[in-house]
Design a binder for this molecule. Sequence first.
Ligand SMILES: NC(=O)c1ccc[n+]([C@@H]2O[C@H](COP(=O)([O-])OP(=O)(O)OC[C@H]3O[C@@H](n4cnc5c(N)ncnc54)[C@H](OP(=O)(O)O)[C@@H]3O)[C@@H](O)[C@H]2O)c1
Length: 255
Amino acid sequence: MTTALVTGGTSGIGAAFARALAARGHDLVLVARDSERLASFAAELTSQHRIAVETMTADLGEHSDVEKVAARLADPNAPIDRLVNNAGFGIRTRLTAEDLSPHEHGIDVMIRAVLLLSGAAARTMQARGAGSIINISSTAGFVTMGSYSATKAWVTVYTEGLATELTGSGVRVTVVCPGWVRTEFHQRAEIGVSGIPDRMWLDADQVAAQGLRDNDRGKVICIPSRRYAAMMFAARHVPRSLIRTVSARLSSGRH
Ligand SMILES: NC(=O)c1ccc[n+]([C@@H]2O[C@H](COP(=O)([O-])OP(=O)(O)OC[C@H]3O[C@@H](n4cnc5c(N)ncnc54)[C@H](OP(=O)(O)O)[C@@H]3O)[C@@H](O)[C@H]2O)c1
């Protein structure tokens, strides 16, 4: 029996990964802040898939909680075979705001925790000669929409670096860069979505399915859907000034 740990595994993309991994017969460790929601989702997955689900209440913005999850990943008596670093949120605060703490919080949860949890998992998986790490980034990392884009650009480049370092180790490393996905993300960050055309929305279950498929194949960068893959190919080949103009337009439409 293999075990997967999913951060932010109670909602949206993380919950979709949890369901897909449960359907494959993996036992799960789900990490999030809301204990009641963790318990009810764990009960649902256990009864539907006859797997074991462990829950960890942790705020990945808190250093001590990140240490607790890193220690779980490194536990030799209960090995974790797959890690999905998914917990995250949108940041709308302007870069010139008086209070920059939302940006600091974003860096803690979406950079610092990803660095420490990936590192803990990679060390033990490398020693075992097998394992898989999936980090959830975003197509936002290819454009310039404030610190959220900068954070996700870090996740993408960091994961490529980790994949390079682990080449030949038996550990498969993938960064998943979805476009817009219907989850609680936009409502939580109070991001307006009325201007986003229907055809641009992705389904969380499809994102998880493609992420797992690409990781199984050893693909390092996964951009779910042909449409977004083509758009991001173009984004990497046009002048950055055009990317900044498009990003400014997208940002102004979010409020
Ligand atoms: N939705 C999109 O359009 C989209 C597109 C590209 C990338 N993404 C990325 O996908 C990932 C998942 O987002 P989502 O859209 O699925 O959002 P979501 O539905 O809001 O789910 C976020 C999950 O993360 C957990 N979480 C949030 N803050 C946390 C913290 N400080 N510590 C521990 N867990 C925390 C939440 O649980 P608790 O609240 O209980 O902690 C929840 O399980 C994020 O990294 C996001 O940046 C989303």
